[in-house]
Design a protein around this ligand. Structure first.
Ligand code: ZN
Length: 376
């Protein structure tokens, strides 16, 4: 666990503030900045637990905070870094032993790529989030969906009119929680501004692109959703013509298809998973992309229309510039099974976390609809 102290900044500081506030120690705004109020709250908390009142959040202090954090459900009010995800996943598994997880690969920087598995193990769909760094809000959307599905299953209840226990008996779900953890950590502030990693990325940034907010790529500057072998040459042609010819914050296709460990892990997992359907969560635009070239898999339109009804997001086809080398494109090309890319929410990426509840209200019923329709 990250050691936090006066002047620390970032998502883990925000999580610390959230925990202290909820435990009744006033840490002030959950802004991820460890200032005077947070310091006082940490010392008061340490005093209450017979810890040395150093004001430094050492592993011993985290050990006292974690059991509480594990009970708090999804952290949907703070920047959602790979470290925040790890704590949420531990809590999810402790609360619902039916949820299993595994690590399907590692990022460029060696961060684990986590997958959570629930339900039937023979007929499965796969949802994934955060291919794009500044679309990290898609990860807590998936985390909350898992909490809600498992809670409904545990109490024998319904979600959006669907009996979730019965649903999970006939269809399983694999969730790849954060395809691009390094990029997410850059955008959420988990990567410190004085670090070599931050400054190397800054050196790849293009003038006029906000940094790190405009960063979509992995930490090497490859746009992961342009790195799949599905019209990759055409994607390269289009992006090169637009000036995206080298590593940068967005739109660089990489030196060759599947050049990145993150995309390679996705392909390997997809081959192992034999999924009936996949959904890749992106932001923004409130539309659902569902085709690749002239490929329209059996039932893809029908299921897509059910997702459209459930979410209020319209089925759509992207412009030529964004039509190649994405995960969904590769999935459709290789499997001829339904694959979707919902562009969740509306605004400028990264969408503010304040929009979380509103976006979830559209996306969760859409994902449940996809699971239900594939069983019909
Ligand atoms: Zn995206």
């Amino acid at each position: 666990m990250e050691i936090l102290y006066y002047s620390s900044q970032g998502p883990m500081t925000a999580l610390l503030q959230l925990a202290l506030n909820r435990l009744g120690f006033d840490a002030g705004a959950e802004d991820g900045i460890f200032g005077d109020r947070t310091l006082r709250a940490v010392k008061a908390f340490q005093g209450s637990r017979a810890l040395e009142q150093s004001g430094v959040v050492w592993p011993g202090t985290w050990e006292e905070l974690l059991p509480f954090l594990y009970t708090q459900g999804v952290f949907s009010t703070i920047p959602y870094s790979s470290e925040v995800l790890k704590i949420n996943l531990e809590g999810l598994k402790l609360q619902y032993p039916g949820a299993k997880s595994e690590i399907i690969g590692a990022s460029v920087l060696g961060e684990p790529i986590h997958m959570v598995k629930v339900g039937n193990r023979s007929n499965k769909v796969m949802f994934n989030a955060s291919h794009h760094a500044n679309e990290w809000i898609t990860t807590p959307l998936l985390v909350k969906l898992l909490f809600d599905l498992l809670s409904a299953q545990a109490r024998g209840g319904e979600l959006y009119g669907v009996n979730i226990g019965e649903l999970l008996e006939i269809v399983g779900l694999d969730c790849i929680m954060m395809v691009n953890p390094d990029g997410v950590d850059l955008v959420t502030g988990e990567v410190r501004k004085d670090s070599a990693i931050y400054n190397r990325a800054l050196g790849l940034n293009t003038p006029g692109t906000p940094f790190p907010d405009g960063w979509k790529a992995n930490i090497k500057g490859v746009d992961l959703n342009l790195n799949y072998p599905a019209g990759w040459d055409r994607a390269r042609e289009l992006k090169y013509a637009a000036g995206y010819t080298s590593p940068g914050p967005r739109d660089y296709v990489g030196p060759y298809p599947l050049s990145e460990p993150e995309t390679e892990a996705m392909v390997r997992q997809t081959e192992a998973g034999n999924y009936l359907l996949t959904v890749s969560l992106h932001t923004q635009g409130q539309v659902i992309f569902w085709t690749f070239e002239d490929i329209m898999p059996p039932r893809a339109r029908e299921i897509g229309l059910a997702m459209e009804r459930a979410s209020g997001y319209a089925l759509d086809v992207p412009g030529e510039f964004s039509s190649y080398a994405g995960y969904k494109d590769w999935f459709l090309l290789n499997y001829n099974r339904p694959g979707y890319t919902p562009e969740c929410g509306r605004g400028v990426n990264p969408l503010p976390i304040e929009q979380f509840d509103e976006i979830y209200a559209h996306v969760a019923p859409m994902l449940v609809a996809a699971m239900l329709e594939i069983t019909r």
